[in-house]
Design a protein around this ligand. Structure first.
Ligand SMILES: [Zn+2]
Length: 160
């Protein structure tokens, strides 16, 4: 999977950032002092998925998530990496969902999985099932459930 170029702005220490960020995602410096001149560069990680098991997966490319995502056509073509779910219950599908990075945004897309992909807001106990194929934006702190396997999206963006 090759690196993706995005347009952003540099903080005063030359870290590339989302133009909407108020603080640098790398070093935390306020972006108020930044030049705010649009520059292009290699997209940094847009955050991590932190699984209930404690496993952390860096979001630096598109991912196909499932019990056996290695055979997925997008993975085979080198457009996405495979994220194998540790699911002994076998309730997650082989290619269950996709994490898609678009510009500076992270989306989750259900791949018509048998047991569904769900999201919930950080403050909410209620899971909402996604319609298959619909791109759901992830905000920092949101929960994602790939069938029985749950994770939280954590982003270095302190505020948007
Ligand atoms: Zn910085």
């Amino acid at each position: 999977v090759s690196a993706t170029t995005v347009t952003g702005v540099h903080c005063s220490r030359h870290h590339l950032n989302d133009p909407r960020a108020r603080f640098c995602a790398r070093c935390g410096v306020s972006m108020n002092q930044a030049s705010l001149i649009a520059v292009t560069g290699t997209r940094p990680s847009l955050g991590v998925l932190v699984f209930a098991s404690g496993r952390r997966v860096e979001l630096d490319s598109d991912l196909v998530v499932g019990r056996d995502a290695v055979l997925d056509p997008r993975v085979a073509r080198g457009e996405a990496k495979a994220l194998a779910l540790d699911d002994r219950s076998l309730r997650a599908s082989r290619a269950h969902a996709e994490i898609r990075l678009t510009g500076w945004d992270v989306h989750v897309i259900d791949r018509a999985s048998t047991n569904g992909t769900f999201v919930r807001d950080s403050a909410s106990p209620r899971w909402t099932r996604l319609a298959p194929g619909r791109a759901q934006p992830l905000a920092p702190g949101m929960g994602v459930a790939f069938g029985p396997v749950t994770a939280t999206f954590e982003s270095p963006l302190r505020a948007r």
